[in-house]
Design a protein around this ligand. Structure first.
Ligand code: NOJ
Length: 747
């Protein structure tokens, strides 16, 4: 028999054996779930659908419950949140082991941007456009969290948002569905590692399903009114990408969507998520969101709230206690079938099996492992790298940056210079027993870098908020004695985050006044802006000598900032959101429609879609960010100018580093579909590549354009590519388009 044939038979057999064993494994997991389910009383089943807050920290309005222990012993609780650390999780798990069926508890926590080692806030990390770095950051967080007894993180938040008034923009990846989808998938892969059940993996929880980021007026928890098409085209893609990356769980959201609260929204959870998308994991409500449907005015009481949520596909009740109080009665009243309850319970039990908790409920409880993971120097090193990659250089007049390490005297001024905890950003996990938090302040970072060679002078100047200018004089004095001033200003870390919407998003207090005064000394002033959102800071933008947007960078903030200030790292980050000139421009995003009377900034043109008193353009656009070096774009080549639906185009472009420094460039590819049955945006990001070029080096990079990149949701919500002409733009930001071409899609 020919050898090739034998090889083929051999590989077919191997495939059959492997796929059979995968099937057997899956089957046996489902059988195991059912074998537990068959033993459960209705009360115990409902117990699996309850999640309670541990007593010491709260991330929502707390419900006092003095019989938590008793309920866990009776098998009436399936999961706890805000319970971290091996010692604490073990002690609660021991209580669960006293229940009749000994079903282990799941421990969930908002591990949003790191655990003990804190990483940049997610919006900042998104600015790196570095998917590997983002995945690595989630990997470190998962390694630490799982070693500390946790099974589950309530992350990633993948809500698209185009409104910086909304405090939770800090938690997502910004305004764009393409970038947002890639980042969502990277984060899920990072959290869940190779395999759920590995000791260093935690379940991801993709949130908030859905459209939470479009809250009217940027006011947290507010309503969302949105067309189905917009939902599918812009807001759902990151959720789908996270699901495709294997996300174990989803969280629904506080908002109503077109009048139906997301928590009780069957279209979102049953039709889309569990139906069309075939999601096999479970959905947890947001904190109290089942009960909040009463406030929404969508249900009359807790009984109706529980009915609405379970029917719509919310499997687990976080903290509202309406499942606990009403599900049993709903079953007896025949309003909810036992099949619906069983389906929800099966989903929860399946994850507990996948995590290996039935084999060993204390699997993630090992103090030694916890100690080692939380003190791993490699995690700190990664945090520093990711933090430096997240810093955006917005301005660099006269190439004042990078600073020379031989600068004689530096004035380091501002209310955030010596702040320590502020650098952590909003979502901060307090790990019990870990009192030596590792956070490098900006002051310390500068000392570490040039403390031995430069004199560094300090003045606080003012507070973050308030109108006290009494510290200005000292700050000016210090500035006068120096060669360069670094001014660290911005928000407090708790000014962006959940329930932190702001109607005015300027730099608070008198901080910009301080800048104004410092500039009178004639010294170059480098401004560091610390925040979780795009702020409006026109004075600073127009007058500062240089600006680094530093977000909240986490544990290694100080070192990372110093790395960039002194050129050990050449900044390469690009904004993941448009930065408005004024709150009046919000919502502002690059991928808008052209309108029938296209906007211009030409004041002589009347009757067009622009503001009479303001530019229509953002202060800094999506994709913007400078480098210490210069990149030139040339030789844009398309392999074809006409393609059929089944074909693709290879696009190549050459990028040259023509400046003095080595550096990374994010090369961005945008498309415009000139004519569509639904009008298409003026440009849409469809691909990008982050490449490293040594000074003087050139590289040619390739992109591939296929049908997928040309498609959109038509009026019938079908995903189609319509024949016609497309513009192709390659550039360094959504406005800084360097090269253009076009092609045609034919039938
Ligand atoms: C409410 C927030 O919306 C959600 O994102 C978070 O996971 C829960 N609280 C738990 O803290």
């Amino acid at each position: 028999m020919p050898r090739k044939f034998l090889q083929l038979v051999g590989s077919c057999l191997l495939f059959l054996i492997v796929s059979n064993s995968i099937f057997a494994q899956k089957k046996s997991l489902a059988q195991k779930v059912d074998s537990v389910l068959h033993l459960m009383t209705l009360d115990e089943k409902i117990g699996q659908l309850n999640q309670y807050n541990d007593d010491h920290v709260a991330t929502g309005p707390i419900t006092l419950d003095n019989d938590k222990i008793g309920q866990i012993k009776r098998g009436q609780v399936g999961s706890l949140l805000n319970c971290v650390g091996v010692a604490r999780t073990r002690s609660w798990q021991k209580v669960a082991m006293q229940s009749r069926l000994k079903i282990p508890l799941l421990f969930g926590q908002d591990v949003v941007h790191g655990y003990k080692t804190t990483f940049p806030i997610p919006l900042g990390e998104a600015a790196s456009w570095d998917l590997e770095a983002i995945q690595q950051s989630a990997r470190v967080a998962a390694t630490e969290a799982s070693a500390s007894g946790l099974h589950w993180t309530f992350a990633p938040m993948v809500d698209i948002s185009r409104d910086p008034r909304w405090g939770r923009v800090m938690e997502g990846a910004g305004e764009d569905p393409y970038l947002g989808s890639l980042i969502a998938a990277a984060r899920v892969k990072g959290f869940q590692g190779n395999h759920l059940g590995d000791l260093n993996a935690v379940m991801a929880c993709v949130k908030h399903f859905a459209a939470y980021g479009a809250a009217v007026g940027g006011r947290d928890y507010n309503s969302v009114d949105m067309s189905d098409r917009m939902l599918w085209e812009t807001y759902l893609p990151p959720f789908k990408a996270a699901l495709d990356a294997g996300a174990a769980t989803f969280m629904n959201s506080f908002n109503d969507l077109n009048g139906v609260p997301a928590t009780g929204n069957a279209y979102l959870q049953r039709t889309i998520l569990k139906g069309k998308w075939g999601f096999k994991g479970f959905v947890v409500s947001d904190w109290g969101s089942i009960g909040e449907m009463i406030n929404h005015g969508n249900v009359k009481d807790g009984y109706e709230a529980a009915l609405s949520a379970i029917t719509a596909g919310s499997d687990m009740d976080m903290e509202s206690r309406n499942y606990k109080n009403s599900l049993a009665k709903l079953v007896t009243d025949k309003k909810v079938s036992i099949a619906i309850i069983d389906d929800a319970v099966r989903r929860v039990l399946l994850k507990k099996f996948e995590l290996g908790l039935f084999d060993d409920p204390f699997k993630y409880c090992n103090e030694e492992r916890e100690k080692a993971a939380l003190n791993n120097p490699e995690h700190v090193r990664i945090a520093r790298t990711v933090a430096a990659k997240s810093i955006v250089l917005l301005k660099n007049e006269n190439n004042v940056l990078p600073l020379s390490k031989n600068t004689k005297t530096i004035a380091f001024i501002g209310p955030l210079v010596k702040a320590v905890k502020q650098n952590k950003g909003f979502w901060d996990v307090e790990v019990p027993g870990v009192d030596s938090e590792h956070i490098v302040s900006q002051w310390q970072g500068l000392q570490n870098k040039v403390g031995a060679t430069s004199t560094i002078l300090y003045a606080k100047g003012c507070e973050i908020e308030g109108d006290d200018k009494s510290g200005f004089a000292e700050a000016i004095e210090v500035a006068k004695q120096s060669d360069v001033v670094i001014l660290s200003i911005g928000e407090r870390r708790d000014m962006t985050g959940e329930a932190k919407s702001r109607a005015n998003i300027g730099i608070p207090g008198v901080q910009e006044d301080l800048l104004k005064e410092l500039l009178t000394t004639g010294k170059p002033v480098v401004v560091l802006i610390n925040t979780g959102r795009p702020l409006v800071f026109n004075y600073t933008a127009d007058h500062a000598t240089a600006i680094l947007y530093t977000w909240w960078l986490g544990s290694e903030a100080g070192n990372a900032i110093a790395d960039v200030l002194f050129g050990d790292v050449n900044p390469s980050a690009k904004l993941p959101m448009s930065f408005p000139v004024s709150v009046g421009q919000i919502p502002i995003y690059y991928s808008h429609f052209n309108t029938g009377r296209p906007a211009t900034d030409d004041k002589n043109r009347i009757y067009n879609s622009s503001y009479n008193d303001l530019s229509i353009f953002p202060k800094y656009e999506f994709g913007y960010g400078k480098s210490y070096t210069n990149f030139e774009y040339s030789k844009l080549l398309l392999s074809k100018k006409k393609i059929k639906q089944t074909e693709s185009i290879e696009v190549s472009v050459t990028i040259s580093n023509t400046g003095k420094y080595d550096g990374d460039e994010v090369v961005q590819l945008y498309l415009r579909d000139r004519v569509g049955s639904i009008v298409r945006p003026v440009e849409e990001l469809k691909d990008f590549k982050k490449i490293f070029l040594k000074s003087g080096e050139s590289k040619t990079i390739q992109f591939k354009i296929d049908k997928q990149k040309l498609s959109f949701y038509n009026q019938q919500l079908n995903w189609v590519a319509e024949p016609g002409d497309f513009d192709l733009m390659v550039g360094s930001s959504s406005r800084d388009i360097r090269l253009k071409d076009s092609f045609e899609l034919i039938q």
